[in-house]
Structures are given as C-alpha cells and as structure tokens.
Design a protein around this ligand. Structure first.
Ligand code: ZN
Length: 49
C-alpha cells in the first residue's frame, strides 16, 4: 500500500491520486474535492473514463 488518497471533484469530474487530500481541486479550484478512496480499490478506475 502506498497510502494514496483518491479524490474526485464534483464540479469538473477530475479524479486525482495524492498522498494527502488537497484543499482544492487542482483543475478548477473547487474547495474540498470528495474523498473516494473507499469507493475505489482498483487502479483500473482510471481507464473507465
Ligand atoms: Zn474540479
């Protein structure tokens, strides 16, 4: 386990994997992207878009 946190922005749909949950979306700047780490579990998630 690398300890990455997965976050998704409800505003623009960006999904990011980061060591720590960011204060704002790196793309659109919306505050507090949603932590979806518990909803994932598969790196393949990124291939679905
Ligand atoms: Zn965003």
């Amino acid at each position: 386990m690398l300890g990455l946190q997965y976050v998704a922005c409800d505003a623009c749909g960006t999904v990011s994997a980061t060591p720590t949950v960011p204060d704002a979306c790196p793309r659109c700047g919306t505050a507090e992207p949603t932590d979806i780490t518990d909803r994932l579990g598969r790196p393949a998630y990124f291939a679905e878009d």
